[in-house]
Design a protein around this ligand. Structure first.
Ligand SMILES: [Fe+2]
Length: 421
């Protein structure tokens, strides 16, 4: 029996024996960090260049930076793994909100243990509030004997991080301070990084702005980074702004996972990461869990793996779907037509399996991974209670109304900052 399955959880979901006295920003928490939001997500793909084109054109992601893994491929595998470049993509000002890495190269650089299938999810990444939370969080995970894949700092992306693995081996990442790309659209030049961090830094550390000033003093040019442009003609009117497609991806997540062992998954996402369970749903005899970090109904959803085949989704990956939120319901309706016109395969989940979410669809990418496209999520307040299921409007996927009655929490989630493009 798994230890976490038999230990009674406290209010904070940690076993009774765990200390509960880590100060985080002046509050006492049972862990030395508090996850603020889902930051980004990554998948391993068969043809990264093909996937890059799909995500740039179909969903409007911009390329922030490529990363060539050629030098990291073991000597005996060099020349045998295909194209070695992965891609960092963004929908807003975060340097990356989505990453694509070549599957064969990842298998060669990070070979799975014998008998374990290669990882298809590259990372599920969470933002914490400070560099100190990253450093102390790394100590906490390592000190409890939990697997940490690596730690240090992302280049490109600049975020300080460490990668704890969930009990099924899916790489999660906790980070602080991802690079922001502003109005001029340039990523930070690689030469701004004068030091490679392969371990957590000594605290306190100089601020990123001080690093940039030092880089400029060394003669690094501000526009030496990469600047991507819109992939499609900008002919679609989105709220009065011309974009390359009739919608804008304004937020990423939630992540939906199929899990072989629900108690092991809860031991990580609920007990180790500290996410709160918003709701449980039993569908066709299978119990699914929906967990949140902020006010959105869920940031990660866990489904028994037995449902994968019943839902007709891609085998060979624990990923059910990755969420892409668009700006509003009008954009969502037009996104559905745009995806159909472009020949993107669409699927729909039973409404019972997406509590907290209104109209939504699954769009399949070139590898058969599912992107869940939706607009807005139910917001959960101080008492932690979701809306009762019977008060949720019924959805018929044969017909999506163009106009809906607003709910009290419509447009109440995290707004998109800045212009749409
Ligand atoms: Fe990351």
């Amino acid at each position: 029996m798994q230890p976490h399955a038999v230990q009674r959880a406290t209010e904070n979901n940690l076993p009774m024996s765990s200390p509960s006295s880590f100060p985080v920003g002046g509050f006492r928490y049972p862990r030395p960090f508090k996850i603020r939001r889902l930051g980004h997500f990554g998948i391993n793909v068969q043809d990264a260049a093909l996937s890059l084109r799909f995500y740039r054109e179909t969903f409007g992601f911009r390329l922030s930076d490529p990363l060539d893994f050629a030098a990291r491929v073991p000597v005996d595998m060099q020349g045998k793994v295909g194209a070695t470049t992965g891609y960092f993509l963004r929908h807003g000002s975060d340097h990356h909100s989505f990453v694509l890495f070549p599957q064969a190269v990842m298998n060669a650089v990070y070979p799975p243990p014998p008998g374990v299938p290669p990882a298809t999810i590259n990372q599920v990444t969470w933002q914490v509030g400070s560099l100190e939370e990253v450093v102390r969080g790394h100590e906490w995970f390592s000190g409890r004997g939990l697997k940490v894949h690596r730690a240090g700092r992302d280049t490109p992306g600049s975020n300080w991080h460490f990668y704890p693995l969930d009990r099924a081996g899916v790489a999660n990442e906790l980070y602080y301070g991802i690079e922001q790309i502003g109005w001029d659209g340039y990523s930070k030049p690689a030469a701004m990084h004068d030091k490679r961090y392969m371990a957590p830094p000594q605290l306190p550390h100089r601020a990123e702005a001080a690093e940039v000033e030092a880089g400029m003093a060394r003669g690094v040019g501000i526009t030496e980074g990469l600047r991507d442009t819109e992939a499609l003609p900008q002919v679609h009117d989105v709220g009065g702004v011309l974009l390359g497609r009739p919608f804008k991806v304004t937020r990423v997540g939630p992540v939906r996972l199929f899990v072989d062992d629900m108690q092991q998954a809860l031991a990580f996402y609920r007990d180790d990461l500290g996410l709160a369970v918003t709701e449980e749903v039993v569908w066709q005899g299978e119990r699914c869990h929906f967990l949140r970090t902020g006010t959105e109904h869920h940031s990660v959803a866990l489904y028994p793996a037995a449902l994968r085949e019943r839902l007709g989704l891609r085998p060979g990956t624990p990923l059910l779907s990755f969420g892409l939120e668009v700006g509003d319901h009008s954009q969502l309706c037009r996104a559905r037509g745009f995806l159909q016109e472009r020949g993107v395969a669409l699927r729909y989940l039973p409404q019972e399996l997406t509590p907290g979410m209104g109209h939504n669809l699954l769009a399949l990418d070139p590898d058969g991974y599912a992107l869940q496209v939706y607009s807005g999520m139910e917001q959960v307040g101080w008492d932690g209670k979701p809306r009762p299921a019977h008060l949720r409007p019924a959805i018929t996927n044969d017909h999506w109304p163009q106009l809906l009655e607003p709910q009290p929490d419509t447009f109440a989630g995290e707004p998109f900052l800045g212009p749409l493009a």
